[in-house]
Design a protein around this ligand. Structure first.
Ligand code: GAL
Length: 429
């Protein structure tokens, strides 16, 4: 797939957020030599370093800088998809009483169970009331960022986890149609493998990416009601649906790149861009990555809901909150105001691959994939992503990740079911 190269500025920004000292980052991100001032600095903590996500964050920083040029911005990123490294760094900092001014956190259980219940966050209901945001965000979303009548974060986007992305050139050359069901996926994978192309790209050097794939397989096998039941206790983890899902997952492993355990999620997407692999199942931050690499939706890459999940939207949302003891609380409140604004969201999301969490985003700014995601978000059954903090407490997610880390080594369905069931018993009564 011939996609245009990444701009020099983008390369510089990504490189800078990865390797340069904290002191030079604010200058680059603030768009033109603005140094942090002695009194006003904003430290934003996230894991957005990959193509698409880094550009989206930079776009919000640009808006912040335009409004508050006297405040320096420190882009405190810890690389590693889904926060696989950032979350433990954050936990250490929060435990040590050294919070950033604001940090990326998934709306739902991750926010509430990890930080709010622990008493580490300030309620920001006043911001929602004073700025009229209660009318700007969907009520269902406000519900999952609330606890005991107070609101605790600003959701900056809606991401969809259950998407299969594919290389259009490969599919056209081999006369293939994107798969609708998991059985289709297996037979299509077989056809690709016979043609000498690795069918499915996976980059699970962070084990979350394997769990990410599994959540799509669970949903595609059992449907939204039973999938939801996994988190409420209504669906039995030792029942036939989980067994069928894990069995299919084992079959799929025959078709993934052999170096998957050494690769990151974005390297897996790059395999699809380069034509090394035919497809990948990843959240729509992959769309941001494709575009950051110069690819155009529906030209070089196509997409369908993960096999078997059409009609369901596996949802997650990135949000920012106000930790108690934020060193520059005023700068943080201003950040939350930018993150909640229509302008902020419409600068961030077109690059990120996500859609705005506000209901009044400017649809004309979004591409054909994102428009389809907006439509699906309106009409589909919304189900929460477990990998990305919406469905279950982080400690449960960690237990699932441990079970799947072993599963990726031994592909032992019985042992994995037992481990998943043990984990579930700890969290649902
Ligand atoms: C998710 C996050 C996305 C994206 C992805 C890969 O957990 O919600 O915004 O960053 O990880 O890093």
């Amino acid at each position: 797939m011939a996609c245009k190269g990444v701009s020099m500025l983008t390369r510089l920004r990504i490189l800078c957020s990865l390797v340069l000292s904290a002191a030079c980052v604010p200058a680059l991100f603030a768009g033109g030599g603005h140094e942090p001032s002695a009194g006003h600095n904003l430290e934003i903590f996230s894991w957005w370093t990959a193509g698409g996500e880094a550009e989206g964050l930079a776009a919000m920083f640009d808006i912040y800088h335009g409004k508050y040029p006297w405040i320096g911005i420190f882009n405190a990123t810890v690389a590693g998809g889904a926060g696989s490294n950032a979350k433990s760094v954050l936990a250490t900092r929060m435990r040590g009483g050294n919070p950033p001014d604001s940090f990326q956190v998934h709306a739902g259980h991750e926010l509430i169970d990890s930080w709010v219940v622990a008493g580490k966050m300030e309620p920001i209901t006043f911001l929602f009331r004073d700025n009229g945001w209660l009318n700007a965000f969907p009520a269902g979303l406000v519900k999952i960022i609330s606890y005991n009548g107070e609101i605790y974060s600003v959701p900056v986007n809606i991401h969809r986890s259950n998407i299969l992305w594919y290389n259009k050139k490969i599919f056209a050359e081999h006369n293939l149609k994107p798969p609708e069901s998991l059985d289709d996926l297996l037979s299509l994978s077989d056809a690709l493998a016979r043609a000498g192309i690795t069918p499915l790209a996976l980059g699970d050097n962070g084990i979350w990416a394997a769990v990410h794939l599994l959540e799509s397989v669970l949903l595609g096998t059992m449907g939204p009601t039973k999938y939801q039941g996994l988190w409420s206790g209504a669906t039995d983890w030792s029942g036939p649906e989980v067994r069928a899902s894990l069995t299919r997952f084992v079959s799929l492993m025959r078709y993934v790149n052999t170096d998957h355990a050494a690769m990151s999620w974005d390297a897996a997407v790059q395999y699809v861009i380069d034509g090394e692999c035919g497809m990948t199942i990843m959240g729509d931050w992959a769309e941001g990555y494709f575009k950051a690499k110069g690819c155009t939706p529906d030209k070089e890459f196509g997409w369908v809901p993960s096999p078997g999940t059409r009609g369901s939207f596996l949802m997650l949302s990135d949000s920012f909150g106000l930790p108690k003891g934020a060193p520059d609380r005023d700068a943080a409140v201003k950040w939350l105001t930018v993150a909640a604004s229509r302008e902020g969201q419409d600068a961030f999301n077109p690059k990120k691959g996500s859609i705005p969490s506000r209901t009044d985003g400017d649809r004309t700014l979004y591409d054909v994939y994102q428009k389809s995601a907006m439509d699906s978000f309106r009409s589909d059954t919304i189900v929460p992503s477990v990998t990305h903090g919406a469905a279950a407490a982080e400690s449960w997610v960690n237990d699932i990740q441990d079970a799947i880390a072993l599963f990726m080594c031994d592909l032992n369905v019985d042992r994995t079911i037992a481990a998943l069931e043990r984990a579930a018993r700890k969290y649902v009564k």
